[in-house]
Design a protein around this ligand. Sequence first.
Ligand code: SF4
Length: 344
Amino acid sequence: MENSNSDHKAKLLEIRDLYKAFPLSSGLLEQLQFKKGRLVRNRESVKAINGVSLDIYPGDALCVVGESGCGKSTIARVVTGLLRPTSGSIVFDNERIDHLPPKQQLPYRRRMQMIFQNPYASLNPRMTVRQTLEEPVRFHNPGIANGAVKEKVEEVMASVGVDPGWSNRFPHEFSGGQRQRISIARALTVDPEVIVADEPISALDVSIQAQVLNLLMEAREERSLTYLFITHDLSVVEHFGSRVAVMYLGAICELADTATLFGTPRHPYTQALLSAIPRLKLDRPAHIKLKGEIPTPIDLPKGCLFQTRCLYADERCRQERPDLKKLNSGARVACHGVEENRIE
Ligand code: SF4
């Protein structure tokens, strides 16, 4: 069952009816078009997020999964305040935070830290590890004693498996895996409650991805962390997630607890994604090859966003966008075919 008690639990983070569009910069002349004999200005935009609502509960490891360009990284950036939403809201611990001025967002930013995909780009090459880790502690705890800062940095370095004796080294002296450990340490130094991790292992060598993933899982246990985990890798989701949201073209098509989603995927897109995971078992479902074009996020189709690639699309699908509806399993699925029992 998808988070069976979730309806009654206090939410830590609520994403409400979120939209994010990026205007395309083009000249006025390019924007002008004739429509039905009238000159109109057509301002185009990339519609990256199209009506996403998600509740995240304390202790969740909610994975947002989908192909590149589906809007999952944009969600991470809007939730952490790096981007403002076009509309909708972000509520953290019962407080709406997306429209607060930057100064008033600070306490919430401390409680919600982000880990980026690329540890090569996210660490300042001119700062030693000690400076990198001390900076957020001092920033979020003005007046903190030097001894307390040193103690915190050493505790966190040890907990992520980086020798505190290396704290005077620079990022280029470390491997990719160690740099990502330092990025994780930087997030942990301010004792956050939520970690928003945007593809945190995909830039690492395959041989060390599992180590970093295990480190994130240990930190979740030891520090009672809640995760919003963005990934394109379903095998990571199966290992790490307590719940999964599957995204397509900026909208959620299926939301379920991990076991339900992997055991009985219902949305045709989820079924196709899961059928592509290599499995050793012989009874795995045949690989579903998606046909058709992915529509451009500049010009989204009316109706279901998946209709151009769906084997089950009918006239209703072409006219009416499906809402997420709760099934008996507890999963939520946005599909007319599932609702009408046309799809198993
Ligand atoms: Fe396919 Fe229609 Fe379901 Fe969309 S709503 S996934 S087009 S069956």
